[in-house]
Design a protein around this ligand. Sequence first.
Ligand code: FAD
Length: 378
Amino acid sequence: MYFNEEHNALRDMVKKFVDKEINPKVDEWEEETVPLHELFKKMGDLGLLGITYDQKYGGQGLDYWFDLVFLEELGHINAGGVPMAIGVHTHMATPAIHEYGSEYLKETYLKPSIAGDIVSAIGVTEPDAGSDVAGLKTKAVRDGDSYVINGSKLFITNGCQADYVTLLARTDDKPGFHSFGLFVVPTNLPGFVVSKKLDKLGMRSSDTAELFFDDLRIPAENLIGEEGEGFIIQMKQFQHERFYALPGTYIKARDTINMTINYIRQRMVFGKPLIKNQVLRHRLVDWITEIECLKHLTHHIVRMKTEGLDATREISMGKLIAGQLSFKVSNGCLQMFGGMGYMNESLISRYFRDSRLLSIGGGADEIMREVIARFEGI
Ligand SMILES: Cc1cc2nc3c(=O)[nH]c(=O)nc-3n(C[C@H](O)[C@H](O)[C@H](O)COP(=O)(O)OP(=O)(O)OC[C@H]3O[C@@H](n4cnc5c(N)ncnc54)[C@H](O)[C@@H]3O)c2cc1C
């Protein structure tokens, strides 16, 4: 199989961390938002924030199977908002710095991010540009040794707590994909404003912000890669973001089913346990079968990544299935809990609320279908 003793040791370590440092606190964080500096420092000290990253910057330099193990174990967290906040830091805002950033950016931002000393966010979406990323309007204008940034970003995870935002901005008015830059934008500079902390349906332990940039001046060396290449770099970074979603989804879906099986075993209806109804058992088995398929597609993607192959097609398929499966399973399991499933005191109601995001965020289902259709020549 793919996992050796070292992978299993990492699994044990992450499991213990989730059981001790995260799950006992998630109910509180669902009310108050997860304190990221405190959590990330603990994770950084354990080497959990740069599993595949270069050891030169404090990463572990491990293979993608270790990354998979890490993400699977995060799937056992009892609230989606916490792994999402972590995933933004490890798989959404930092991969481009690791792959395309200068030595200066790696030393100044990647290294402390891996150590858990600073918190990152990824700023792509805007009020008038979500799915249509190339429609974004935030501008970065070169002025001597600086870029001056003006505009706004919407729905930014970790936005209220981040020390920097990896920001996609327009550097040229010309249409096309070569008019953008990807920047590291520190949030302690004049002109950075968190205009609003947003209230949302699920993922309530994670903070989501509207950000405003008003003549914010950053050093030109905060550009990641080349000017004009930001869009392409961000499209590559999206592959890490979308992959991040897959392991946690099949783990959480299976946990949800196990929790539901326990409930319907003991819940008596019409004089017998609910689980005695074949229709419910068959429904559960259908989902378990689909979970197994998503797991093996994810393993296939890890093999492709390990071999250095482009897995965009497969990752898009996985993201599409994951969004639909997590909603289907949480919705269907909530139905089996009946009225108890509708109560906020039951975990299934939280999983149901959290699950809705996956078909929208990080490239909605419709966008995944467009990507797959392009690969299929349809
Ligand atoms: C909780 C949360 C956290 C988020 N975190 C971040 C973050 O950290 N950083 C960040 O940059 N963004 C973040 N986002 C934004 C997210 O990535 C966008 O919401 C997503 O890309 C969709 O964009 P939109 O909301 O503007 O929808 P729109 O682009 O307005 O689309 C609306 C609907 O139309 C569909 N649609 C679009 N085009 C087509 C088409 N051609 N054919 C058919 N249907 C179509 C879409 O799929 C969608 O269902 C977050 C969003 C949420 C809700």
